[in-house]
Structure formats: C-alpha cells, structure tokens
Design a protein around this ligand. Sequence first.
Ligand code: HEC
Ligand code: HEC
Length: 253
Amino acid sequence: MTVRGLGRVATLLVMLGAAASATMAMSSSASSGSSAHPAAGAVPSRGYDLFQLHCATCHGADGRGTHQGPSIVDAGAAAVDFQLSTGRMPLDAPTSAPVRKPPAFSKPDRDAITEYVASLGNGPPIPDVDTKHANVSNGQQLFSSNCAPCHSAAGSGGALGRGITAPSLMKATPVQVVEAMRTGPGPMPVFGPDTLTPAQANDIARYVEYLHDPTDAGGLSLGRIGPIPEGFVAWLVGLGALLLLCRWIGARE
Ligand code: HEC
Ligand code: HEC
C-alpha cells in the first residue's frame, strides 16, 4: 500500500470512528425505554438482548456485520468466548485496537452472548482442552515452529511491523490459547484441527502454561542448549516470522 493509500485509510477510519460514536449515542438513547424486537427467527433471550445492546451497532442486529465491524455469523462460540473472555470485545470504537482488558461482562452474561452468536451460524465450538495429559516437550517443539515466530520463544510477544504487535501470552488460559489457534484473532493465522490436532493443541496449551511459570515441577529444562545455538535459533525464528508476515501481507493485498 502506498503512503497516500495509508493516509486515505487513516482518514476513513477517523470518519468511521465519528460515525460510530454518533450511532452508538443514538442507539443507547433508543434502547432505553423501547422494547427490542427480535429479528425473524431469533429467539428472545438474555444473550439476544445483550447482543442488541452491546454488539449490534458494529456487527449488525443480525450479526451479519456493518461498515463498522465484520460479520460474526460464522465466528463460532470459540471466537466469541475468546473475544469476550480476553476483554477484546466490545470495542469502544471501530478504530480501537482489540487488546486484552478485564472482561466487560460476567461469566453468565458472556456465556449467554456466546450461545446466541453461536446459534446464528456454523463456527468452531469452545474447545475441550486437557493439559493434564499433555506432552510439554512436544508442545515446546510445536510452539517454536508455529507460534514463536510471532510471540517469541518465551511467549512474551513482539512487534511484527506495520503497527502490528503479537501480544504476550502470559495471561492466556489454556482454553484461550486453543481458541486463538482455532479462530485466528485479527492478524493471527488460523491453525485448524487439520494443521494442529486436538492432542497437539493440548501440548501447545500445556507449554504456554509452563512458560507462565518455568520453575513449575515437571517442566522441561531449556538449559541444555548453550547461548550460541539459542541465538542461532532466535535468528532462524525471526526469519520465519518475516516470511510468515510477508505471506500474510501478500495474501491480504
Ligand atoms: C503471524 C503471527 C502470529 C502467529 C504465527 C501466531 N500468532 Fe497468536 N497472535 C498474533 C496476533 C497479532 C495476536 C493479537 C490478535 C488480536 O488481538 O486481535 C495474537 C493473539 C494470540 C493470543 C491472545 C493472547 C491474549 O492473552 O490476549 C493467543 C493466546 C495466541 N495468539 C496464541 C498463539 C499460538 C498458540 C500460536 C501458535 C499455534 C500463535 N498464536 C501463532 C499473531 C500470531
Ligand atoms: C465499536 C464497534 C464494535 C463493537 C461495539 C463490538 N465489536 Fe466485535 N469487532 C469489531 C471489529 C472492528 C472487529 C474486527 C477486529 C479485528 O481487526 O480483529 C470485531 C471482531 C469481533 C469478533 C472476531 C470475529 C472473528 O471472525 O474472529 C467477534 C467474535 C466479535 N467482534 C464479537 C463481538 C461481540 C460479541 C460484541 C458485543 C459484546 C462486539 N463484538 C462488539 C467491532 C466491534
């Protein structure tokens, strides 16, 4: 994209932001007092009501998206649970970056919204994650080749360029780790069950859990390889990240 192209995108985003605050102000005054009418085929429920109040301005009353947010009809329970439990959604404005924050809703409310959105289409369910029987060293290998290029070997995250940052994984729960893999939030690629089986996903989730506390008994020793090979590995991994990013940017344009 050219510099002028980027400038136009920025102007557009600013305009969208203004439009969003205006519509949000309108919809909040409209929703107080008037009763919500369920769309044809929709079952009125707490999830439906919360969705109309907090999500519909950007994702549309039917979840099919607006100019302010994508369609989430086929996002699936995994994506909704991930976005709500990591506090990414609801966004304050369509131009805000989705970042991890304390969740805006209680667990029962998140579950209600998730159930409602999942009922709109076909998407991945919330994964069953079992880290108790997982293989941490297998997880380490899978993590180095699939995740470390962006999230770094220690899972502490890193800048990918073009204003994109792969966040730290230090707060991600095992379920959130597998949800992220299955749904590919934002610029992250999707790792479906054909790429990483449920058992391999468990191993990766276990390894991320281990990274949260590497002194954890039953962990694996990273001390066996010295600083030079580690530096070399980091170099290779960095190269891998660049390649992945180039492919991703190429595919988007
Ligand atoms: C091409 C770079 C890239 C790769 C490869 C990648 N991720 Fe991500 N990941 C991201 C970005 C960017 C985000 C932030 C997305 C957002 O907030 O919308 C993210 C977000 C996450 C999150 C959410 C963290 C939190 O606590 O909020 C988890 C968990 C995660 N990734 C796990 C993984 C795992 C596990 C793998 C390997 C199987 C992986 N990622 C591979 C770029 C990547
Ligand atoms: C101010 C606008 C806005 C509001 C309000 C909002 N969203 Fe979003 N949502 C977005 C945008 C923009 C994205 C795309 C973000 C990105 O780049 O990843 C998104 C992404 C998502 C995704 C990921 C889609 C995918 O395919 O993985 C889900 C799921 C989602 N939103 C659910 C919700 C839910 C549920 C609510 C209400 C609790 C909500 N959003 C409120 C703007 C909004």
